[in-house]
Design a protein around this ligand. Structure first.
Ligand SMILES: [Zn+2]
Length: 114
């Protein structure tokens, strides 16, 4: 199993996927950051997997999300995908567990080895 990160566009399409290894934080790789910046106009959501859970954003996730929002000048949606659930936080609201998941979730789970 491995953590995988997807960048999601306005139409729910996967703009870029980072399946390179064991990325623990959202933006701890130079390439990932460059892809976030490259796709910034279409980027609406950044999703990553926690293959062994938990269904929660880590402290490291939180600080990275804040840094990304500051760098981009707007708030993205962020999601954590576990084997059974998806937790999504949009710009202003509290995180919510999705009752219906978007199509890319299945793909993200497969690429995470789930
Ligand atoms: Zn995380």
């Amino acid at each position: 199993m491995r953590e995988v990160c997807f960048l999601i566009g306005t139409g729910g399409e996967v703009l870029w996927r980072d399946t390179s290894g064991v990325p623990h934080a959202l933006a701890d790789s130079r390439t990932r950051w460059e892809m976030i910046w490259w796709h910034r106009a279409a980027l609406v959501e950044i999703a990553h997997s926690h293959p062994r859970g938990p269904l929660a954003f880590s402290a490291e996730d939180e600080s990275t999300m804040a840094a990304l929002d500051a760098a981009l000048g707007r708030s993205l949606c962020y999601s954590v995908v576990t084997p059974t659930d998806v937790l999504r936080r949009n710009g202003s609201g509290e995180p919510e567990v999705l009752s219906e998941v978007p199509p890319w979730v299945a793909e993200l789970r497969v690429e995470s080895g789930l």
